[in-house]
Design a protein around this ligand. Structure first.
Ligand SMILES: Cc1cc2nc3c(=O)[nH]c(=O)nc-3n(C[C@H](O)[C@H](O)[C@H](O)COP(=O)(O)OP(=O)(O)OC[C@H]3O[C@@H](n4cnc5c(N)ncnc54)[C@H](O)[C@@H]3O)c2cc1C
Length: 431
């Protein structure tokens, strides 16, 4: 029985666990392969406290550089397929979205893009009403700015929106139902052999099982050795630390850096969670990209659950906390974003939540989705004995991990199962 261990319970690790469990089960039911055990190891006591739970949830099909483009398209399509198969609109707020560039200096006097109600040939009055209503819903009508200030930069077929925390919850629940084991809170400490005297015996990974005291201190409550043929490192910004711990003799470490980002979620009376009853097609969400004279680029997303997500204030200087849940938002940064939120959405917006989380950024600007050459792991690490075994990196997704998660999870699973990958990720092998 092959054993896969996934380090990191963020959206990338969960997507990998989901597709690996799904593909393995399908192959198993067709009598093709032996059952596989899959383990997720997550040290943070609060699940989804990282970027995966706090991100905006904007997704795109074709906003990527050439090396990432095939994965971007695959992943975007998988988001739709998954949502259609599992009621994603209701469960994790998956929706089509229209993106806009907003000019905050635009003057009220220069016209409006409000759709006209003129009849096209062969249209009935009620069809015109419906078309006009659909066109109105495509506009970010809830913005308290002149309508013409927002120029569409994508249509609803190529950008989308979801609630990342809810997608993480869905993926984890599906994984558990498929038999994936979650070790939480736990942290991998070292690799070894089942028989220390036999270099060909089963590779084991030792986990420290953790608990948090009332003062917030982490203590080890036990250890657990689990078999490990393939290892997926999906630990976001914590990847360098994970890699150094398990492969202390490796000549180099994945150079994942972190870019902190603040966010605020808001509720506005102008953006309601439910589509108006008289519209037939689902209402799209909206993504608003704008600029601020204070030197940052606010991003504002309307989400299907009825909230608005606002971000854009980032910092490369903030240190990465030991645990994602220990990140604390700076009130001054939140206030800076709220000023924009109130200008765009009205003074009466309700603040639901503010947050701080960390994007895992690769120096190349591209994620790594690849198997690590065994020689890169350093002395003392024997080549895997099992087909598809070895160490895989699924890291460095920067500002696009929500968009790219499903494609990444599928492709890395296919690599482990030694199948052709669903898309070309040859440009994502370097780290
Ligand atoms: C403010 C902000 C807004 C964003 N908005 C969007 C967006 O709209 N659309 C989009 O596509 N992307 C967005 N992103 C990017 C996206 O959130 C990230 O790319 C994505 O969440 C990365 O997922 P991950 O699973 O690689 O990392 P993470 O979410 O960081 O998960 C890594 C996990 O590894 C765990 N871990 C830590 N140490 C260890 C260890 N020793 N062993 C095992 N596990 C460990 C962590 O606790 C964590 O759970 C945004 C990011 C930020 C910061």
């Amino acid at each position: 029985m092959p054993h896969t261990v996934i380090l990191g319970g963020g959206i990338i690790g969960l997507s990998a666990a989901y597709y690996l469990a799904k593909l393995s089960k399908e192959a198993e039911s067709q009598g093709g392969t032996a059952a596989r055990t899959i383990h997720i190891v997550e040290p943070c006591p609060e699940l989804f406290a990282s970027a995966s739970g706090k991100a905006g949830g904007f997704i795109a099909r074709d906003w990527f550089n050439p090396a990432v483009a095939p994965l971007g398209a695959l992943s975007f399509d998988l988001h739709r397929t998954l949502a259609e198969a599992h009621a994603g609109s209701a469960r994790w707020g998956w929706s089509e979205s229209v993106s806009y560039s907003l000019d905050r200096n635009s003057s009220l006097a220069s016209g409006s893009v409000t759709p006209s109600n003129e009849l096209e040939p062969e249209q009935t009055e009620s069809e015109v009403d419906l078309d006009a209503e659909q066109a109105r819903l495509e506009l970010p009508y809830w913005l308290q700015t002149p309508p013409h200030a927002a120029q569409a930069i994508s249509d609803r077929k190529t950008t989308g929106q979801l609630n990342p925390h809810q997608l993480c919850e869905f993926l984890l629940e599906e994984c558990i139902d498929m038999g994936v084991r979650l070790h939480h809170p736990a942290r991998a400490s070292r690799l070894s052999r089942a028989d220390a005297n036999d270099p060909n015996s089963q590779t084991m990974i030792a986990l420290n099982l953790l608990a948090t005291t009332s003062t917030g201190r982490e203590i080890r409550t036990g250890t657990l050795d689990i078999p490990c043929d393939s290892l997926i490192i999906a630990a976001g910004c914590w990847t360098p630390e994970v890699f150094r711990t398990l492969f202390p003799n490796a000549a180099r470490t994945p150079a994942i850096q972190n870019l902190a980002g603040y966010s605020v979620t808001l509720r506005s009376k102008h953006w309601a969670p439910r589509p108006p009853a008289h519209t037939q097609a689902p209402r799209p969400c909206h993504a608003i990209f704008t600029s601020d004279p204070s030197g940052y680029s606010p991003e504002l997303y309307s989400r299907a659950g009825g909230d608005l997500w606002l971000g854009g204030v980032n910092s490369a200087a903030l240190p990465l906390p030991a645990r994602a849940m220990d990140a604390r938002a700076d009130p001054a940064a939140v206030a800076r974003m709220l000023a924009v939120g109130r200008e765009l959405c009205g003074d009466d917006v309700e603040v639901l939540e503010s947050g701080l989380c960390f994007r895992p950024v690769a120096p190349s600007g591209k994620p790594t989705v690849a198997r690590v050459e065994p020689r890169e792991l350093g002395a003392g690490i024997a080549p895997p004995a099992v087909a598809g075994g070895g160490v895989y990196l699924a890291v460095g997704h920067g500002p696009w991990g929500i968009s790219l998660c499903l494609g990444t999870g599928l492709v890395v699973s296919e690599m482990i199962l030694q199948r052709p990958t669903s898309t070309d990720v040859s440009g994502l092998a370097k780290w």
